[in-house]
Design a protein around this ligand. Structure first.
Ligand code: NFS
Ligand code: SF4
Length: 649
């Protein structure tokens, strides 16, 4: 951070965000950046993870002078308990989102789905097949019902391990069995985590951290994976499509509605409602040229991936979008929604509408979304936004003319199809390119923005550096949106910047070097892609052996902690641009940064500098290539006993 008062240019790199931050200051509107300043130095106990308030003898804070809480808990116990609770928060968030979609799928299968239906029959059959559900000669609804019940059993299983784990490579499953982290029911894992972290229960930091990995696996190979699959069946498996991103997608002459949050059920209906002729006529009668729907955060990713709906911005732009003065309504559901939104909106005419009964904010209008008549509910919401158009204050309008074209929609099915063609869809060309060394490896770049660092900057720097060095980049969440805004999600731009080997492969098979794979629950798609690569052959027999690295440059949410943990438990090294709150315990830090490698084949690495992160990524990728014996110039590697032991579980 510079040693002068922070300017908008210091806080954000994107010109649209810079302009809106400047306007917010002129309009007297506080944003997360200003509140970050107002908070001053952040609490050292919180930052290092040594504050415990799990019982009312406390709060207790560990210092060199008082190394134990009142109950006797030491820093290791307290830091590990706090960490496990974060992972549980993340698993619960993704999984509850998944649960809602599964219940929706079940309702559809039972003929009670209202305006929802099975949009992607192929996805239904493909996914049912993965779970060994009989499909031949059966009605779609019967298959969907059995599948929905199978999904639900993964939430409620008491003693059985998750069925969804069986979608992982067999060796991966064996590793989880051996380490003892194969999760049982998702709900049980979360309940058990809260039990273990209650005062006076689990005090062994290793035991707590193993449960953190178990709970994280219940997310990545459970709730989140199920969320992606159920959404594909209900709304369609994404295919590549073009769209645009950044605040410049807001239209001065139209009614602007922004959907923000995570669950696709409502936004899908809003997308339909916004194009309804009756609604458009209603908007025209109100003096607008039409209705412009745009998205923020992961709701944006969901409807971008399937419908090409344009992206207004990522996490740090949710307040800034309102500052444009042209947003008639922001419709929010769950997760990553700043409670400040109604306060920001009060300076403009924007109405904040909350729609999930589990997620209300004082100052927002709550319109409970009725799934039973989803389209009618959605139309009513859009018409309400139209009614607000007349209240727009032209004196407060400023839409930055900044937007970039993009290509998104890379589900695993789509990638497979692009790589291999209709009749022989396969990952073979990618595996071959990695084996030949034209592509060195794969990096998953994921996660949020965080006012602790200049928004989007680390994401964009590390992404560009990695494609330059012939690493194929897979992205999700707000990180993918950062790339979109930087113009890096157009095949043309990215190809121009990619290294020679990566460029040749991408041109030959027709994929861009940076693939937008969806929202944060779609990180499960990255695991799915890794599984496909393993199953395709020639690159070892588990995900941990692949030349693949996860990077969370600007993360902030508990969900990101959980995602990091399930990547590590799946054998991937994960680079964090911002550290966890664990430095108060050397043992917890050592476990997560070193011992995890012995257990799973991957660990966490704190790297605050994006170029150093790119160096580390290449180092990890090259080491994996050496272990696989695929480095062209390297002599054929003879495995010694130690290597062999690492290969065999
Ligand atoms: Ni992911 Fe998506 Fe964005 Fe971070 Fe929030 S929107 S679920 S948590 S902030 S990437
Ligand atoms: Fe303090 Fe122990 Fe209670 Fe935590 S559980 S607040 S360390 S007494």
């Amino acid at each position: 951070m510079p040693n002068h008062p922070l300017t908008p240019e210091d806080r954000v790199i994107n010109p649209a965000s810079i302009a809106m931050l400047r306007k917010a200051e002129a309009d007297g509107v506080d944003t997360c950046f200003h509140r970050f300043d107002a908070l001053g130095t952040q609490c050292r106990f919180g930052v290092t993870g040594v504050c415990c308030k799990n019982c009312h003898m406390g709060p207790c804070r560990i210092t060199p002078k008082s190394p134990r809480g009142i109950c006797g808990a030491d820093a290791d116990t307290i830091v590990a308990r706090n960490f496990l609770r974060e992972v549980t928060g993340g698993c619960a968030a993704h999984s509850d989102h998944g649960r809602h979609l599964v219940l929706r799928l079940k309702a559809v299968a039972e003929g009670k789905g209202g305006d929802y239906r099975i949009t992607d029959r192929k996805a239904l059959l493909r996914i049912a097949g993965k779970y060994g559900i009989e499909t031949a000669g059966r009605e779609d609804n019967a298959i969907a019902l059995e599948l929905a019940n199978t999904f639900l059993a993964d939430f409620t299983a008491q003693e059985e391990t998750l069925k969804t784990l069986t979608l992982a490579p067999r060796k991966q499953q064996a590793i989880w069995e051996k380490v003892g982290v194969a999760p049982m029911g998702i709900d049980r894992m979360c309940v058990e985590a809260m039990h273990r972290t209650h005062m006076g229960v689990d005090h062994d930091y290793r035991n707590l951290l193993l449960h953190a990995f178990r709970t994280a696996l219940a997310d990545g190979w459970g709730g989140a994976r199920i969320a992606s699959m159920a959404a594909d069946i209900l709304f369609g498996t994404p295919k590549p499509l073009r769209s645009e991103a950044n605040l410049g997608v807001l239209e001065e002459k139209q009614v602007n509605i922004i959907v923000h949050g995570h669950e696709p059920a409502l936004s899908e209906m809003l997308a339909v409602a916004a194009r309804d002729p009756e609604v458009i006529a209603y908007a025209k009668a109100a003096g607008a040229e039409g209705v412009n729907l745009a998205g923020l955060c992961c709701t944006a990713n969901e409807i971008l991936m399937r419908r090409g709906v344009r992206v207004a911005g990522n996490f740090h732009q949710q307040e800034l979008a309102i500052v444009t003065g042209v947003v008639e309504m922001m419709v929010v559901d769950v997760q990553c929604i700043m409670p400040s939104l109604p306060t920001v909106a009060a300076s403009y005419h924007t109405e904040i509408v909350s729609t999930a009964d589990a997620a209300k904010t004082i100052g927002a209008t709550h319109i409970a979304f009725r799934a039973s008549d989803g389209l009618a509910s959605a139309k009513a919401i859009v018409k309400r936004a139209v009614d607000n158009f007349a209240k727009r204050d032209p004196g407060k309008v400023l839409v930055p003319a900044v937007k970039q074209p993009l290509v998104a929609g890379f589900s695993v099915e789509a990638i497979k199809y692009m790589l291999g063609g209709t009749y022989r869809a396969s990952f073979r060309p990618l595996n071959d390119a990695i084996i030949q060394g034209r592509i060195r490896g794969v990096a998953g770049i994921v996660g949020c923005n965080n006012p602790k660092t200049q928004a989007d900057s680390y994401i964009n720097t590390v992404t560009r550096e990695l494609i330059k060095r012939n690493v194929l980049v897979l992205q999700t969440g707000c990180a993918a949106q950062a790339s979109a805004k930087a113009g890096a999600l157009t095949p043309e731009t990215a190809l121009a910047e990619a290294g020679k080997g990566l460029r040749e492969v991408c041109e030959a098979v027709g994929i861009p070097p940076i693939l937008h794979m969806g929202s944060c629950v779609d990180n499960a798609r990255i695991l799915e892609a890794a599984t496909e690569i393993v199953l395709e052959g020639g690159l070892g027999d588990d995900i941990g052996g692949l030349p693949a690295v996860g990077i969370a440059p600007e993360w902030m949410s508990e969900k990101a902690v959980t995602i990091g943990c399930y990547f590590v438990a799946s054998g991937c090294d994960v680079i964090l641009g911002l550290p966890f709150h664990i430095s108060g315990s050397e043992n917890v830090t050592r476990f997560l940064q070193e011992e995890a490698t012995e257990l799973f084949g991957g660990a966490f690495h704190d790297i605050p500098d994006p170029l150093a992160a790119a160096d580390k990524t290449l180092e990890l990728i090259e080491a994996a290539r050496e272990r696989l014996g695929i480095n062209a110039k390297a002599e054929r590697k003879l495995f010694d006993m130690k290597d062999r032991r690492q290969l065999d579980v």
